[in-house]
Design a protein around this ligand. Structure first.
Ligand SMILES: Nc1nc2c(c(=O)[nH]1)N[C@H]1C(S)=C(S)[C@@H](COP(=O)(O)OP(=O)(O)OC[C@H]3O[C@@H](n4cnc5c(=O)[nH]c(N)nc54)[C@H](O)[C@@H]3O)O[C@H]1N2
Ligand SMILES: Nc1nc2c(c(=O)[nH]1)N[C@H]1C(S)=C(S)[C@@H](COP(=O)(O)OP(=O)(O)OC[C@H]3O[C@@H](n4cnc5c(=O)[nH]c(N)nc54)[C@H](O)[C@@H]3O)O[C@H]1N2
Ligand code: SF4
Ligand SMILES: [Mo]
Length: 718
């Protein structure tokens, strides 16, 4: 009998879609976007429209396994759950006894955006154990820091309001690829005469569909924003009323941007001065004007400064007043849920008497190969595939290959990371477990109940960490709580945006708009997150410097490696999640380069190229097209390393250098050289062991040092 069930897409995407699942005899047979959800509006992106292929893929992990081959080789044997959990509990217990609790490191990110399976029982478990805490910086912490510096809080324009905009800037935001549910609102706006401009080093799908595309040099956005301010202030186009009522430090800002002439910014950004002037004038004089800023700009060395500077623009022109004005990077902080109650950080004191040390996830390679006092001796990975997605892949694989490291991986598929597991556990998908979802691209809170039963013996992260807690002898009542208990705890918030939302309401309505006025204008009357409610320009700290790894950066490095590589999101992928699929693999096996860079190297479209720098090399297929300008190459992320010839994908090229604030990775500040090669760059499947996969070797030479941010909470920012 056919039934219609409700679910929520748990992928790491701002849209957080509401799903209608048709279930036949216990099997999901059709997945559609919920037509009643105001943002989902009845459609899905291409990747999730095919999600049932993943759900029922023959290669899905269905039972616990123990490694029998070498680390990374991918040879496993089936074991039972009791055996698996007993082994993990015993090994973690021994590790804690011999090296102290902080020798255990959890590694997780947003494989699921579900709050329970992303930061529920797992956090309680590791806090109670006294394990090292993970600083979850891999995606958005630089941007989060920059946005907070500018606005004091991570709020932004509702997607619904973009339909009222007259000018929309997609700034480092590939809306059609990564945020497609904003698009219909933009279509509506354009039907009413709005213009869409993109600012991006590559002409992505959104750029191609825009009224104008500005090719900007990677990592130079701060210069553009400062020059826009120069024009706006210099021509008195700012909103003097808004500025005097709701901002602080305007006179200093006027002084600070005086020498940021369009000509100077043209040199830094590669955008002609006249175009910068025109853009600034149009932005300041068109109302309403909205900026969709996404995380692309903050994956460069000074990405936090870039986000901060851009996020000051709406206050300068007063566009926060307008329905369809303002800026959206993230909406997540409106979801003022009781996260402490969920995660229970105070449990750390039982084992340690203090907060545990913090390890930056963007420097996993160094953490696994150089950290001491204590070294990392046990690693538990879930909701993430660090062997593919983390910087300095050689260091990460060397670390994962350590024979003295005990590794547990909770996964749906046999990813690159799974191959290094000692114990590999089968995980449920979002169609199979209960969870609560916030969104970082809209203001609806959502609940999903299981639509189908778990495949095989798969278990949710929640269940696994509950079971492990019992085996480790953690008898605190919080480990006996049910999923519903945890949701009720999360909802136990007095914040006006949340207050009064109940589990019963969510069960009935599935998605609930936060208790916000409609339309929601977060800063129309000030109300910024600072102590005085004003937007602080703090002009003396506004500053542009080019990334070390860029055309205006280190000239020695640039002589050897003259091309700026970015590795933005694949249009039809989700980081490495679909890397097992041949079509996703092919899509991420490419390197876009301009003819001006290809011809002198003898590279023709479709030929294999070797991309390399001082950290490593990988093979890709050249796409000689006009999507990038000379000097920039672009490889869609993130390919599985083991499917790449040589066993390395583009993150082998990326350094562990961190951003100016927020401790974020610098995926898009990466200098490389490219050469023609005869090797076939597609569809390989081979095992390439990491060099020196022995025990922990102590300090490694190199320019990065592990950097801790004691102030971090380890939260997945957004
Ligand atoms: N299809 C698809 N959707 C996704 C994902 C995916 O992998 N695939 N991943 C999800 C995740 S984890 C995230 S964080 C979001 C991210 O969503 P986005 O932030 O939109 O994605 P990115 O590709 O990181 O960056 C956006 C754009 O910034 C550009 N860019 C790179 N460097 C610079 C720069 O220095 N300046 C400017 N102005 N632009 C720059 C890139 O070329 C890219 O087109 O998307 C989510 N949605
Ligand atoms: N070069 C380059 N590298 C990048 C980026 C880039 O743009 N360029 N983007 C970075 C960004 S923004 C991000 S967010 C990271 C993302 O990196 P990750 O957080 O590692 O995300 P995914 O690659 O999507 O892998 C998530 C994994 O979680 C698993 N999973 C999903 N749901 C569950 C569940 O319920 N339980 C368990 N146990 N597992 C589950 C999936 O099967 C998948 O293998 O990558 C970063 N790496
Ligand atoms: S990945 Fe994003 S757009 Fe696609 S279904 Fe999920 S939430 Fe919606
Ligand atoms: Mo991300």
């Amino acid at each position: 009998m056919s039934q219609l069930r409700h679910s929520v897409c748990a992928l790491d995407c701002p849209d957080c879609c509401s799903l209608a699942v048709t279930v036949d005899d216990g099997r999901a047979v059709k997945l559609r976007g919920d037509a009643t959800h105001p943002i989902t509006r009845g459609f899905l992106c291409g990747k999730v429209a095919q999600y049932l292929d993943r759900q029922y893929a023959p290669s899905r992990l269905l039972y616990p396994q123990r490694r029998i081959g070498r680390k990374g080789e991918g040879k496993f044997e089936r074991i039972g759950w009791d055996d698996a959990l007993d082994t993990i509990a015993r090994r973690l217990g021994e590790t804690v006894r011999d090296f102290g609790p902080e020798s255990v490191l959890p590694y997780s990110y947003a494989g699921t955006m579900g709050l329970l399976n992303g930061s529920g029982m797992d956090r309680r478990f590791f806090h109670r154990l006294g394990a090292s805490r993970l600083d979850r910086t891999i995606c958005s912490s630089a941007g989060g820091a920059g946005l907070t510096e500018a606005l004091g809080i991570r709020l932004g324009t509702e997607p619904e309001q973009f339909r009222h905009s007259r000018l929309i800037l997609a700034w480092g935001a590939n809306i059609l690829g990564t945020n497609v549910h904003l698009w219909p609102f933009i279509v509506e706006a354009r039907r009413n005469g709005a213009k869409l401009y993109t600012i991006d080093p590559r002409r992505n799908r959104t750029g191609a569909a825009s009224d104008k595309h500005f090719f900007i040099n990677p990592g130079s956005d701060t210069a553009l924003a400062l020059a826009m301010m120069h024009v706006i202030v210099g021509e008195n186009l700012h909103d003097a009323d808004f500025v005097s009522a709701h901002t602080e430090g305007f006179p200093e800002l006027r002084e600070r941007v005086r020498d940021w002439t369009p000509a100077r910014a043209a040199e830094a950004t590669g955008i002609p001065a006249a175009e910068i002037v025109a853009l600034a004038r149009e932005y300041a004089t068109t109302r309403p004007a909205a900026i969709r800023l996404n995380y692309g700009v903050q994956r460069s060395e000074r990405g936090a400064m870039a986000v901060r500077t851009i996020a000051l623009l709406p206050a300068l022109v007063g566009s926060w007043r307008d329905v369809g004005g303002g800026l959206q990077l993230s909406t997540s902080q409106a979801f003022a849920l009781n996260r402490e109650g969920l995660e229970r950080p105070e449990l750390q004191h039982i084992a340690l008497g203090r907060p545990a040390r913090m390890v930056n996830m963007s420097q996993l390679g160094s953490a696994l190969t150089t950290l001491d006092n204590p070294p990392v001796k046990a690693l538990v990975v879930y909701n993430s595939n660090p062997a593919a997605i983390a910087p300095d892949q050689n260091a990460v694989l060397r670390g994962l290959g350590r024979t003295d490291l005990f590794t547990v991986v909770l996964e749906q598929f046999r990813t690159d990371t799974a191959d290094y597991a000692d114990i590999l556990l089968p995980a449920t998908t979002f169609l199979e477990h209960t969870d609560l979802y916030l969104a970082y691209g809209h203001y609806y809170l959502q609940l999903a109940r299981p639509a189908v039963a778990p495949a095989g013996e798969a278990r949710s992260n929640q269940d696994v960490f509950r079971a492990l807690a019992a085996r480790m002898g953690f008898h605190e009542p919080c480990f006996a709580e049910s999923d519903d208990d945890l949701i009720r705890t999360l909802l136990d918030s007095r914040h006006p945006f949340i207050a009064g939302i109940t589990l019963e309401e969510l069960d009935r309505d599935r998605f609930v708009r936060l208790r916000l006025p409609e339309p929601f204008l977060p800063f129309a009357n000030g109300g910024f997150g600072s102590a005085d409610g004003k937007c602080h320009f703090r002009a003396e700290t506004l500053d542009y410097q080019p990334p070390v790894e860029s055309r205006h950066g280190d000239s020695d490095l640039r002589r050897q490696f003259p091309l700026e590589m970015i590795t933005p999101k694949g249009d039809d992928g989700m980081n490495s999640t679909f890397g097992n699929r041949d079509d996703a693999d092919r899509a991420t096996a490419t390197l876009h380069l301009a003819a001006a860079d290809a011809v002198p190297r003898g590279i023709r479209d479709g030929e294999a190229v070797r991309v390399f720098n001082g950290r490593g090399s990988c093979l890709l297929v050249a796409r000689v097209d006009d999507s990038v300008r000379s000097g920039v190459v672009s490889a869609p992320a993130v390919r599985w390393a083991k499917r790449s010839p040589g066993g390395r994908s583009s993150n082998v090229l990326v350094s562990e250098r961190l951003t100016d604030m927020g401790g974020g990775p610098t995926f898009y500040s990466c200098l490389v050289q490219v050469e023609k090669t005869e090797t076939d760059a597609t569809l390989h499947f081979e095992f390439v062991p990491a060099p020196g996969g022995g025990p922990c070797l102590g300090r490694r030479a190199g320019f990065t040092r592990l950097q801790a941010r004691p102030e971090s909470t380890g939260a997945t920012h957004r």
